[in-house]
Write a protein of this length. Structure first.
Length: 192
C-alpha cells in the first residue's frame, strides 16, 4: 500500500513508432491501484489511422496485425476514456517519460479539454537504484526475477510486470539489495 490518497496508475502503451510525433498508440493498459488496495483495470487495442507511418520493427515487436485491430476503437474515440483513467493519481511506468510524453502528445492532438496527471514514478529508475544490473530493460528485469516473457511487449503483460517490479523494488531494504547484488555477481561468474 502507499501512504497518500493518490491512486497509482500503472500504464503501458504499445506504439507504431518511437517518435510520438510520427507514431500512434495502438494498445494501452492501465491498472489503477487505490490507496485502500482496490484494483481496477482498463485495456484497449487502438486502431491506427496512419499505419503507413509505422515502423515495421515496432509493429513486429508489438505483435500488430490488421485483423486483430480491425474492430478496435480509434484514438479519437478512446482518448476521453484514457484521460478519465489518467487525470488524477501518480502515473507509474517503465521508462515513464516515454509513455507520459506519448500519451500527453496524443491527448493534446485529440483536443481533449482535460490533461493527464503530471505525477510520475519510473520503475526503470527504481531498477537502476535497487538492482545491480548493466541494463534496466524490462526483459533484463524479467530474467533477473525469473519472470515469464510470454506475451512480452503487449500492453497488459507489460503493465502487470511493471506493477510487480514497482512493488518488489519500492518495498526493498538494504538486505534485499545486498542479496540482489550477490545474486547478480554469482550469475555473472557462472556466465563466464
Amino acid at each position: 500500500m502507499h501512504k497518500n490518497n493518490y491512486p497509482l496508475l500503472f500504464v503501458d502503451i504499445e506504439t507504431t513508432h518511437l517518435a510520438s510525433t510520427t507514431g500512434e498508440i495502438i494498445e494501452i493498459a492501465i491498472i489503477r491501484e487505490s490507496h485502500d488496495g482496490k484494483i481496477e483495470t482498463f485495456y484497449s487495442k487502438i486502431k491506427p489511422a496512419h499505419i503507413h507511418t509505422a515502423s515495421k520493427r515496432a509493429l513486429e515487436i508489438n505483435h500488430y496485425n490488421a485483423h486483430e485491430w480491425k474492430d478496435a476503437p480509434t484514438w479519437k474515440e478512446i482518448a476521453p476514456v484514457v484521460v478519465k483513467w489518467l487525470n488524477w493519481g501518480t502515473i507509474v511506468a517503465h521508462n515513464v517519460a516515454f509513455d507520459w510524453n506519448y500519451i500527453d502528445h496524443h491527448v493534446r492532438m485529440a483536443k481533449i479539454d482535460h490533461k493527464i496527471s503530471w505525477r510520475k514514478i519510473d520503475t526503470q529508475s527504481l531498477a537502476w537504484e535497487h538492482l545491480p544490473m548493466t541494463s534496466a530493460s524490462m526483459d533484463n528485469i524479467r530474467d533477473f526475477f525469473g519472470m515469464s516473457k510470454d506475451k512480452a511487449h503487449t500492453a497488459m503483460k507489460d503493465v502487470e510486470d511493471c506493477r510487480f517490479v514497482y512493488h518488489k523494488l519500492i518495498r526493498s531494504n538494504i538486505f534485499m539489495r545486498l542479496y540482489w547484488k550477490l545474486k547478480f555477481q554469482i550469475i555473472t561468474i557462472f556466465k563466464k
